[in-house]
Design a protein around this ligand. Sequence first.
Ligand code: ZN
Length: 201
Amino acid sequence: MPTEKTDKTLEIIHYPHPVLRHKSKPIRRVDAELHQIVRQMFSRMYDARGIGLAANQVHLPLRLFVVNLSAEPDEGEEHVFINPVITLPRGSEEMEEGCLSLPELYGHVRRPKQIRLLAYNLRGQEVRLDLEGMLARVVQHETDHLDGVLFPDRMDPAAREELDYELRDLESTFQQRRQQEEIPDDAEIARELSDWEARYC
Ligand code: ZN
């Protein structure tokens, strides 16, 4: 039964699914199932050709995300960041971003160029990294997810307007899927989230 639930839960959800707006609470324990969840998150991410995936993109209200800049399972370095905190933002840089929860959408986002990341890894060790370039960018994008923030929220309003048509398209797809009961209602989603939070937060 838990396996069934995990499999269904770990599908990547798309805007405007409400879990993408959920602010994740810190994780207080790591167990064998969480290790398994992280493996499945990597595999979902590779299937979708992504370089970063936050837990709430697979329907889990847990404060963690995974990254592999190579987007390939046998290449690059896999990172798991639990309870990330970003400090010491420096500089500013505009880059084009995309998101597995906003398929086919891209937009320019201005963010700090360098940051310090404080987090924990799966072994419970504290991680402190000074980051710049693509890894700094992905870490900021994924940490935003954990606070319910999506990249269009950070775009210049005029540029963001250009995405309105595609966003409405995703909204109507979501409504259709909900009418077909492929996506649970808000009350059911809230119950699932609080079950997960009771176990890990
Ligand atoms: Zn994203």
